[in-house]
Design a protein around this ligand. Sequence first.
Ligand code: COA
Length: 155
Amino acid sequence: MNCIRLVKHATGAPGLRLLGLGPRLLPCRGVLKLKYLFDQHAFWAQGRSHREIRKLLAKSTIVISLWRGKRMVGFGRATSDGIYRAVLWDIVVADDLQGMGLGSQVVEALLKAPALQRVEKIYLMTTNSADFYLQLGFQNCNSQNLLVINGANTK
Ligand SMILES: CC(C)(COP(=O)(O)OP(=O)(O)OC[C@H]1O[C@@H](n2cnc3c(N)ncnc32)[C@H](O)[C@@H]1OP(=O)(O)O)[C@@H](O)C(=O)NCCC(=O)NCCS
């Protein structure tokens, strides 16, 4: 789909986070658009405030967004120490544009980012999209358990 634009943000996405910049560095209320994308299409990320979204952007090593005009239609991010571990987070495509290869473009852009090229292992957690990641080269990890403890920001 050639009317979709993929944006590779700088670490911490300062343009998106502070000025709401979208494609071609045009201001387009990007944090609001990201909040809308999360609220509408990412069940685990609903209800995040603008402040929280700005904070998650600030702490992300790699941030990718997809735009159709001034509409944000996809997103993904990664955090990493740059050498041993990285984790992909918050990968989402608007549901009217799913199944067209856009989610794969987001994941491939994250995996190809320079900050991940020397990393030993790249993890992700998914509730119901494992098959999507398997066809992109991820493998089930049977040798490790996923453990969790709720932090202070639990809703
Ligand atoms: C998961 C998601 C990001 C995939 O994006 P997408 O643009 O629909 O994916 P693509 O079009 O690149 O799909 C590539 C392939 O994966 C398959 N696929 C996509 N989503 C899938 C899913 N949830 N489960 C299994 N397979 C899936 C597609 O059918 C396609 O297969 P094909 O090449 O044989 O046709 C998107 O469906 C989404 O945003 N879902 C809601 C949010 C979500 O659950 N995100 C994952 C968080 S871990």
